[in-house]
Design a protein around this ligand. Structure first.
Ligand code: ADP
Ligand code: MG
Length: 340
């Protein structure tokens, strides 16, 4: 039988983590009470944190530990990418049941480490504690960006184009395939891979940050419908989206066709694609080198009509059938405290 965490112990696990994640030169990482980072001259520090709870964000029986490690790091780096920042370090706090297999933990750290290596981001510390039952993973990520150049949600301007960096709905399609136990052919597997191993668009965010005509930016974690609404609310503007312009992967189209699912519904309401959503002037769009798709434009915010809520009136879906528009209006994106 393989070793459990109760055998390995808290300090055994921390020693393993420390060995796997050495600190870069000039930085004090794992091992002291605090990490020490040198000040970054004329840079803003970006900080974000995200929690993944067993049963809420993942099911232990479904997700491989490598993928969970990868995804825990990826969703955090995506928040730095969303501001146009460069990730500079992560902190990993773990609440783990003592019965957990030590090899499960090894695999988790392997996935976490591979994602971080790809983006040259060290693990600088964290906390390790026992959990009575479920696994809870909290990652904090640090990033940097030249002072006052981070891209915020509140900077969208009327007349801007609305763009995304890649196809939408794949992750939601992958999740649906997992939950429904769809047979895993090559296309289904592509969608599942996008669900379990998202790529944070760090290089894309860095390029977009250099373009001064790129105004508002965020990453799509909850779904286009719900995330675009955040930009509209923060910027006090409205939007028109051309449904025919939404980028859909061939894999998603094939799987939806064979399963009888609506790809547009997945692209608009499904989350976890971790593509960047941004607004920019038409002139700025012509200068963008990273792959991107124009999906609509920023308009004046339509006045709130009686019966409308403040969040929701901002988006006109061009090319939508009345039933689609109605279902989008009702389903929106993901909200942890609302039952579907
Ligand atoms: P303290 O009791 O002072 O909080 P700990 O024993 O919790 O210290 O942690 C010792 C060192 O190990 C610290 O540098 C801490 O950041 C690091 N550490 C603990 N758990 C983790 C983890 N899960 N991932 C990365 N570093 C960790
Ligand atoms: Mg501690």
């Amino acid at each position: 039988m393989s070793k459990t965490l109760s055998k390995l112990g808290e300090f055994g696990l921390i020693a393993q983590i420390r060995e796997r994640f050495p600190a870069p030169d000039g930085v004090t990482g794992i091992g002291d009470d605090c990490a020490i980072l040198p000040p970054a001259y004329s840079k803003d520090t970006l900080v974000s944190t995200d929690m993944l709870v067993e049963g809420t964000h993942f099911l232990l029986k479904d997700i491989a530990p490598y993928d969970l490690g990868w995804k825990s790091a990826a969703v955090n780096l995506s928040d730095i990418a969303a501001m146009g920042g460069k990730p500079t370090g992560t902190f990993l706090s773990l609440a783990l049941p003592a019965r957990l297999d030590a090899t499960w933990m090894e695999e988790f750290l392997h996935g976490y480490g591979d994602l971080c290596k790809q983006f040259d981001t060290p693990l600088l510390g964290g906390d390790t504690t026992a959990s009575p039952d479920r696994i809870c993973i909290n990652v904090t990520v640090l990033g940097e960006c030249p002072t006052r150049f981070a891209k915020k949600r509140s900077d969208a301007k009327i007349g801007d184009l609305i763009c995304v960096t890649g196809s939408l709905g794949d992750s939601a399609g992958g999740l649906k395939a997992i939950l429904k136990g769809v047979k895993r052919d090559a296309d289904v597997q592509k969608l599942i891979d996008r669900h379990y191993r998202p790529t944070p668009r760090v290089a894309e965010g860095l390029e977009l940050r250099l373009n001064l005509g790129v105004h508002a930016m965020m990453d799509i974690s909850d779904g286009l419908g719900s995330d675009l609404q955040h930009i509209l609310d923060a910027s006090d503007v409205g939007a028109e989206i051309d449904l025919v312009a939404l980028p859909l992967s061939l894999a998603l189209k094939h799987v939806c066709q064979s399963q009888g699912w609506d790809p547009l519904q997945l692209a608009v309401s499904g989350g976890e694609d971790y593509e960047l959503l941004f607004t920019c002037t038409p002139q700025a769009e012509a200068m963008i080198c990273v792959p991107h798709f124009v999906i609509g434009r920023i308009t004046k915010r339509s006045p709130v009509q009686p019966g409308m809520t403040l969040t929701g009136p901002g988006i006109v879906w061009r090319g939508a059938s009345p039933s689609f528009a109605d279902s989008i209006g009702k389903s929106g994106g993901f909200d942890h405290f609302k039952k579907k």
